[in-house]
Design a protein around this ligand. Structure first.
Ligand SMILES: Cc1cc2nc3c(=O)[nH]c(=O)nc-3n(C[C@H](O)[C@H](O)[C@H](O)COP(=O)(O)OP(=O)(O)OC[C@H]3O[C@@H](n4cnc5c(N)ncnc54)[C@H](O)[C@@H]3O)c2cc1C
Length: 591
């Protein structure tokens, strides 16, 4: 909570940003803090107690009825969530939402992801489906679905993946046949659909990608449909069961409490969202929301893994400190005295706090892209968010997995057994690097489309933010240790990007060979920028006589980040420069 408040109110001054947006002009610091205080209670008291039991119990499919039973307590927790109005927090008041800024929802979801990622995915996916219908739905679709999705009475899913088609959605086969009444009959098989079937809500609203009979091949022939589990009558009441069923549940490494469903569409009735063959436009609204959401899942896991490991490291005693006993009254010292245990803890802390600053910044950009009265601010915010989205998705989830395994390591053998909960964090964190476009695909999106695709214009805009901070603090000696690294990397990345652009024009594999390294370099530029801003605030507070140890902690973590994590950028640029030949001229090695 304290760190969220620091980022929102002391670094980004979110309520100042809200003043220019009429719908949020009155949202003040106290309101945000009060809501999040309650959110913390919900996460820690309602959904967290179900995390481990949900993992053990998993979901069960009744093959006769096609109904799925979620782990004990999930349904009741969801009712508490809906009754508490949490589903509606940042939704549009026109559809019954509370209209609070998205940043509040961002923080609520970070807490809920810390508490129980598998449970949180049920309401989480609804937000993406809601956003897609809100942007691209017809007035009838909005009237039919948005009120119930806002309240949380109905949940949503995204149905893209098919057995033969994951990354390459152009290979999709699910068919949609137009009917005389303007609806479509949809037939096909989807797999891996998160929250695809469950017992927590009365209806499930699936957003399904499918092909029209005359659709051109590939991704340009994909359309988007809304397909409810139960058809909805004209008066809004629930009608007959639609032909969309759960045919099986996946057995998987983690997030056992979330039903990963095989979905059979057998002439299911749906209506089209958006234009024929332009389904990806509507789906992208959902996918972008989901990409930010997946980054937030790993942010939550990083934080909870860190909090647990920190408590354990203070309690567990093993061996003596290299510099002599510290806990003289005990037979050994707590393991937190050992430098490498501190490295693992600080890595998780630095990734959590850097990630939190970026995620909160992203939610402010999203807010401005929707609600700022000035069209130019809306456009600029949208472009910046578009650049940062693959970084939020891939950098936060790669870091989250590293952080979770390091925190598991802090527990030694006790991290490997189930009792302490750490192995679950590692298993749960692993999926975040895979779904919503693997992290490789995110890196291609960043380097290929978002950076080289627009000649580096968006990247330069981020570079300007870095440049402004360097300008502001360049002569402040106390800031030199935080400013110099980002000033240098800012210059290096411009040259590095141009170099990759030239190489990529001659051989497109050069982009593919460098992209993953490139995303981590860009991720560190972004984290470095936010760490420098956080250090700036901390230094100012300390200089003004503030004795809150929070600021000292912030500076120490910033120093650790720049000394131990940020320097991997040098290695990454070097390995990226190794080029594609060492990967592609390897047919004998990979024979
Ligand atoms: C638990 C779980 C929940 C999921 N939830 C949903 C959901 O709710 N809705 C939904 O529609 N889908 C969902 N998915 C599907 C998920 O989004 C896909 O698994 C993912 O996008 C990858 O697709 P794939 O599994 O077919 O892998 P593939 O596309 O077969 O990829 C295999 C490997 O090849 C790499 N690769 C592919 N193309 C390229 C390329 N051009 N360049 C470099 N590397 C490439 C990939 O990065 C990956 O490493 C879920 C999956 C799981 C496991």
């Amino acid at each position: 909570m304290r760190d969220m408040q620091f980022v929102m109110h002391e670094v980004l001054h979110v309520t100042d940003e809200f003043k220019s947006m009429p719908q949020h002009a009155d949202t003040d610091v106290d309101t945000i803090n009060a809501v999040l205080e309650e959110a913390g209670k919900f996460a820690s008291q309602v959904s967290y107690p179900l995390n481990s039991s949900g993992d053990t119990e998993g979901c069960k499919l009744n093959r006769d009825t096609h109904e799925v039973t979620t782990p004990t307590g999930f349904k009741e927790a969801y009712k508490t969530y809906v009754d508490g109005g949490w589903a509606a927090l940042s939704c549009d008041p026109e559809y019954g939402g509370q209209g609070l800024p998205l940043v509040v929802n961002q923080c609520l979801y970070e807490m809920m992801n810390s508490a129980n990622q598998a449970w949180t995915m049920y309401p989480g996916l609804t937000h993406g489906a809601y956003a897609s219908l809100h942007t691209h739905g017809t007035p009838e679709q909005k009237a039919t679905y948005l009120h119930k999705m806002t309240s949380g009475e109905w949940t949503g899913t995204m149905c893209l993946t098919e057995p033969h088609c994951g990354t390459d959605l152009g290979l999709m086969r699910t068919k949609a046949e137009p009917q005389a009444d303007g609806t479509y009959k949809i037939t096909g098989n989807k797999i891996f659909i998160s929250a695809g079937e469950h017992d927590m809500a009365d209806n499930i609203i699936h957003l399904v990608l499918a092909r029209l009979p005359d659709a051109p091949p590939g991704i340009k022939g994909v359309s988007l449909f809304v397909v409810p589990k139960f058809n909805v009558n004209a008066d809004g009441t629930m009608g007959s069961r639609n032909g969309i069923y759960c045919g099986g549940l996946e057995h998987k490494m983690g997030i056992h409490g979330n039903a990963t469903a095989q979905i059979v569409l057998d002439g299911a009735v749906g209506t089209m969202v958006g234009q024929p063959n332009k389904g990806m436009q509507g789906m992208f609204v959902m996918m972008n929301a989901a990409r930010l959401g997946v980054g937030n899942q790993s942010l939550g896991l990083t934080e909870v893994a860190y909090q647990n490991a920190l408590a354990y490291a203070k309690d567990r005693i093993q061996m003596r400190s290299l510099t002599g006993p510290k806990a003289k009254d005990k037979p050994a010292d707590p393991i937190i005295v050992h430098p490498d245990v501190r490295r693992m803890l600080l890595t998780a802390k630095a990734y959590a706090e850097g990630g939190r600053a970026l995620a909160i910044y992203g939610s402010v950009l999203l807010e401005k892209s929707h609600n700022h009265p000035d069209a130019k601010v809306r456009k600029d915010s949208d472009e910046m968010l578009s650049l940062l989205t693959p970084i939020v998705k891939a950098f936060l989830t790669d870091n989250g997995y590293q952080a979770a395994t390091m925190c598991q390591q802090v527990f030694g053998g006790h991290g490997y057994i189930k009792e302490w909960g750490m192995e679950q964090h590692v298993r749960d964190a692993r999926i975040n690097m895979i779904y919503e476009g693997t992290n490789t695909i995110q890196s291609l999106d960043l380097l290929g489309r978002k950076v080289l695709g627009d000649n580096g214009v968006a990247l330069k805009k981020f570079g300007k933010l870095v440049g402004a901070l360097v300008q502001e603090e360049g002569v402040n000696e106390k800031m030199a240790e935080f400013i110099n690294p980002i000033a240098v990397l800012g210059e290096q990345i411009t040259k590095f990007t141009m170099e990759l652009g030239f190489k990529g024009m001659q051989n497109a594999d050069e982009v593919g060979a460098a992209a993953v390294d490139y995303l981590r370099v860009a991720g560190h530029l972004v984290f470095g920028y936010f760490w420098a801003r956080m250090a700036q605030v901390a230094l100012r507070e300390i200089a003004a006589g503030n004795t809150d140890p929070f600021y000292v902690a912030k500076l120490q973590t910033a120093r650790f980040y720049f000394a131990k994590l940020f320097p991997e950028t040098a290695t990454l640029m070097r390995t990226a420069r190794a080029g594609s030949k060492v990967l592609m001229d390897t047919d004998a090695a990979l024979a």
